[in-house]
Design a binder for this molecule. Structure first.
Ligand SMILES: [Zn+2]
Length: 425
């Protein structure tokens, strides 16, 4: 906790340090990371040799464009093990992390225990920077709720109650009334059903509302603002990168954590796009994870650099993270709820499933599409059907194995899609 606090103080100070100074430090860390990966990480060493490049050729930041871009699928194909520092033979030295099922591609990765405190500080910065106070009562809706209460929470610091996003809306509403939270945090898709109900049963207004984990579509932002009386502050990150961009209290563009990552926006031909040059793929190099480096990792999200700086005075540059349509909700009877709990269960399948998608076809029928992975067996099907039954006994489901799942223009697809007409709000 003490180390995390020290990191947090450092990260919060960085927001106001001159950008040039942050970029100089960023480049030095990038050079060190590439040198490390070249020496100790087989997948990068092999790939860079094939491309005829080595870290000595990184003389200035623009040279990074010569390095190959990877993504989750490429890492899975090569095998995650090859991306781990080959000197680490004891996996218990590492923290294991499974990515959320929302992207439809289950994936597991590792980082060193020493990096964990930095990650936790990086996670907290957007919130503490934009108005969350240490003494606030926070209600968080998440797919993986924890009931563990760290010692600092018992002292009244960073108090947090976590609720399962898949819980019935009435249960979440009751907890909200009981807690009267200062701050509410959740996925857009978990707050949306509450917002739709709230118009009839007003909930105690939080001082701050944060959304994360999904792209926040403009229609969802407006609905949350109208229903809860405060405009959400959106935080952008992924499990692999942690929080790397967030809106400040001005709620404009997203400030980018250039002290934690090198963030690039690439055109379809791989050319880096600068401020004002348009939208491209968001590609991230994580500077702190030496155990399993992510170097030029394509998140398959779309973004654009903004040409102007924020009026708040933070020196971190601004990104516009392109929001698509709001994520679909699971409809059960007259209720709509977040599909995140159901999707989260797919993480357990590991390499049995390469990709999957859940479609709600009718009011009581789901179709689970599965692209089989190396360990897929038909005997897994009953488990998938059981997950659906656990959402609601009245839902029917079937499993279909498919060769691939069609992609949208960004190369992404939605892991949950509802084919029902949305009921009128
Ligand atoms: Zn700002």
């Amino acid at each position: 906790m003490i180390r995390r606090s020290a990191f947090l103080v450092e990260l919060l100070r960085n927001e106001r340090r001159p950008r040039e100074r942050l970029l100089t430090a960023q480049f030095a860390r990038l050079q060190a990371l590439l040198e490390h990966a070249w020496r100790h990480v087989p997948a990068y060493r092999d790939q860079w040799r094939e491309h005829g490049i080595e870290p000595a050729q990184l003389r200035e930041p623009a040279d990074l464009r010569r390095w190959p871009v990877i993504d989750k699928l490429a890492m899975r194909r090569r095998g995650s093990e090859a991306f781990i520092d080959e000197r680490i033979t004891d996996r218990s030295e590492l923290v294991r992390c499974q990515t959320s099922g929302s992207s439809g591609t289950p994936f597991e990765f590792f980082f060193a225990r020493a990096h964990d405190q930095w990650r936790k500080a990086q996670y907290l910065r957007p919130y503490l920077s934009t108005g969350r106070r240490l003494g606030d009562q926070l209600l968080r809706l998440t797919a993986n709720p924890s009931t563990r209460r760290p010692a600092f929470q018992r002292l009244g610091l960073l108090r947090e109650t976590q609720l399962d996003v898949g819980a019935p809306t009435s249960e979440i509403e009751a907890a909200w009334r009981r807690l009267r939270p200062d701050v509410v945090q959740g996925y857009g898709s978990s707050l949306r059903p509450l917002a739709l109900r709230t118009q009839a049963h007003a909930l105690p207004a939080p001082r701050l509302l944060y959304t994360d984990s999904e792209l926040l579509a403009p229609d969802c932002r407006k609905l949350l603002h109208d229903s809860f009386g405060t405009e959400p502050i959106d935080v952008f990150g992924s499990f692999e990168t942690d929080n790397i961009a967030w809106q400040c209290e001005r709620r404009g563009g997203y400030h980018v954590a250039i002290d934690c990552a090198v963030v690039e926006v690439l055109a379809a031909d791989g050319r880096p796009l600068g401020p004002g040059e348009g939208t491209g793929d968001l590609v991230v190099t994580v500077l702190g994870n030496f155990a399993m480096p992510f170097i030029r990792y394509n998140l398959r999200d779309r973004a654009a650099w903004l040409a102007s700086d924020c009026s708040c005075g933070r020196s971190l540059p601004l990104l516009d993270v392109t929001a698509g349509r709001a994520d679909d909700l699971l409809t059960i009877g007259s209720e709509r709820r977040s599909p995140m709990r159901l999707l989260g269960r797919f993480d357990r399948l590991g390499t049995a499933v390469s990709e999957y998608r859940v479609l709600q076809l009718t009011a009581d029928e789901l179709l689970i599409e599965v692209v089989p992975g190396p360990d897929w067996q038909a005997s897994l099907e009953p488990a998938l059907l059981d997950w659906v039954a656990r959402e609601d006994g009245a839902l029917r489901a079937r499993v279909a194995t498919v060769a691939s799942i069609p992609r949208g223009p960004s190369g992404k697809y939605k892991a949950f899609e509802s084919r029902l007409e949305p009921p009128a709000p």
